[in-house]
Write a protein that binds this ligand. Sequence first.
Ligand code: MG
Length: 368
Amino acid sequence: MKITRISVYQVDLPLKYPYWLSGGRLKFEMLDATLVKIETDAGLIGWGEGTPWGHTYLPAHGGGIRAGLALLAPHLIGLDPRSPEAVSRIMDVQLPGHPYVKSAVDVACWDILGQSAGMPIWQLLGGEADQQVLINSSISTGSPQDMLALIQAAADKGYTVHSAKVGGTDVALDIERIDTISAAVPAGHKITFDVNRAWQPAVAIEVLNSVSARDWVEQPCETLAQCAHVAGRVSNPIMLDECMSGFEDHLHAWKLGACEGVKVKPNRLGGLTRARQVRDFGVSVGWQLHVEDVGGSVLADTAALHLAASTAAPNRLASWLCHDHLSVDLAPGQGVRNQGGHVELPNQPGLGVVPEADLLEEPVAVYS
Ligand code: MG
């Protein structure tokens, strides 16, 4: 089987409400999505998506994905998409780095592999049938009362796990946010306080040694070295996210004892093929993992949750659904959907999501 054509689509994904994180210094209202459609000489068609969470969150942006695809596409025509590992190796040779460019291609290859094998991606990745995956809300930074109102609204939709965005320069306000939210969260609910790298190490140590909460704290500082310094001086379990760009970072974090868990995000790592490697490493060293994507429509969410569903339950924390924040739906009724705080994975072969043709404009580029 050979790749014969690659079509690239650009889609604006507006958020329902403006979203602030990292202590309010970063605001998001629209995501720039890139969808990739891969066609083959066997008639099978695969879809993938690359959607950075804006252009200020990570070193990635929508225009960069489309520019990178223009460089990669000539090297992909003629390859067998049923070998995602081989396709990833060729992409790494032709465009070192830039994992967010490669993710959409990789997911489309997994989609085709699944269709050709007659199996959903979660099964190709080793998952069991009828797995339900717990999902978590994502709570924008605000006053403690505003954030509690958002947590209650999420609880009304069935969410029992929440990621509350904190962090900033006002130490007293962060202590108040964490203690107020931790004390008031509904009984039985779990919470992670996600700092999105906003604290200096001394601030992180001061805040976390002042609060009574012993919940997870995510990405307290900018760099892995700073987070490791903090991890050795606080008693909260530490989750790492933005500073984990590839396998080497995961190995380094483990050697440093910098965390008890990581976020595994295909778009940040180069797709399901590379995300699976760090997932397997994390399981091997006893970390707990949130497996989800950086952002995107139900297509990106579903791809990431196939990997989540194939992750051993003791190592698997909840997954976030970005599409729950969007005011557009590219594949109504398809893919992973909130069913009272969890999702069920599609059972049809491959990814199990095909964007509605009339919701896409003409492709911005076609390579054949
Ligand atoms: Mg995070």
